[in-house]
Design a protein. Structure first.
Length: 294
């Protein structure tokens, strides 16, 4: 028999909402259906190394199998709720108010979920806020060890940090009010920036960091043209397709376990790429766009 997951922003809601939750749980109980109240403020999303996605509330697993999602109100957590609804959509979980999914966009947390759901190689990660982190630390530290990578909203390497210990994490965490990703750090000396356009590989460069962490050219990294393996090509093209990005800059790290996707940039910088490879990216794209218009 199915059960119901009843979402609300937090336990700090109005008397009317509390009354709704009480009556809802009482009514479903009469019908012998279990209802689990889930408070978004207390909840984290875990993406593990086996591409399994879990919902955790106060260090306890939220049972997603055979569930129905119902949301009373979401408040400031509408975006976080949309990530959860996207997971439900991919799994075929019944949801009320499908509009809750339409907040989905192409930023880091959305990418993390979509790439993991597609079975692509993505580092183990936790998606949370500084509030839900505090309420789920026990579970989080079981999944992510130091050093780890902390990602927030932003691009060009400006919202990504390598965190070496709990003190560093605490200091950085409380300065960020948005949703964050805590991600397993994969040791590397360089990464790959692969430019994909409509399921074709334009080319690839290997970026080496100046400081041992930031490989971005905008952060002072150096680059050279590189030849990709078939697995790397396949991974990059599938990532761009899953995220529905026509011109994508797919960032991959080579590891002993194969390639790992770090991020997919929907507005990749091309100046450094062109200077390194000698490829005219603009000409490549315009040739592709206009070839069927003649």
């Amino acid at each position: 028999m199915k059960h119901i997951i009843l979402f609300n922003p937090s336990k700090k809601v109005t008397r009317n909402v509390h009354n709704f939750i009480y009556r809802f749980c009482k009514e479903t109980n009469i019908k012998h259906i279990k209802t689990y109240p889930v408070y978004l403020e207390d909840t984290i999303i875990i993406l593990d190394k086996k591409n399994c996605i879990s919902l955790i509330q106060n260090n306890k697993n939220v049972p997603l199998t055979n569930s129905i999602f119902f949301t009373r109100i979401h408040g400031k957590y509408s975006y976080f709720l949309s990530l959860i609804y996207d997971i439900a959509h991919a799994r075929g979980i019944q949801t009320e108010d499908a509009i809750n999914r339409y907040h989905i966009k192409s930023d880091k947390p959305t990418q993390a979920i979509k790439l993991s759901q597609a079975g692509l190689p993505y580092p183990s990660s936790v998606i949370c806020t500084h509030v839900s982190f505090e309420k789920n630390k026990k579970t989080i530290y079981k999944h992510i060890a130091f050093p780890l990578v902390l990602k927030a909203k932003g691009g060009r390497g400006n919202a990504v940090w390598k965190i070496n210990n709990k003190k560093e994490l605490k200091n950085k965490l409380y300065s960020i009010k948005d949703i964050i990703i805590l991600q397993t750090y994969i040791p590397n000396k360089a990464d790959l920036r692969i430019l994909v356009y409509k399921n074709n590989i334009i080319g690839a460069i290997e970026r080496t960091s100046k400081d041992g962490f930031y490989n971005n050219l905008s952060k002072g990294g150096s680059a050279k043209q590189v030849t990709l393996t078939n697995e790397e090509k396949k991974t990059a093209k599938k990532a761009a397709k899953i995220l529905e990005i026509d011109l994508a800059g797919v960032d991959i790290i080579r590891s002993a376990k194969g390639p790992f996707i770090i991020e997919v940039n929907k507005s990749p910088m091309i100046k450094g790429f062109e200077a390194t490879t000698g490829i005219d990216v603009i000409k490549y794209i315009t040739n592709n766009i206009t070839k069927n218009q003649r």
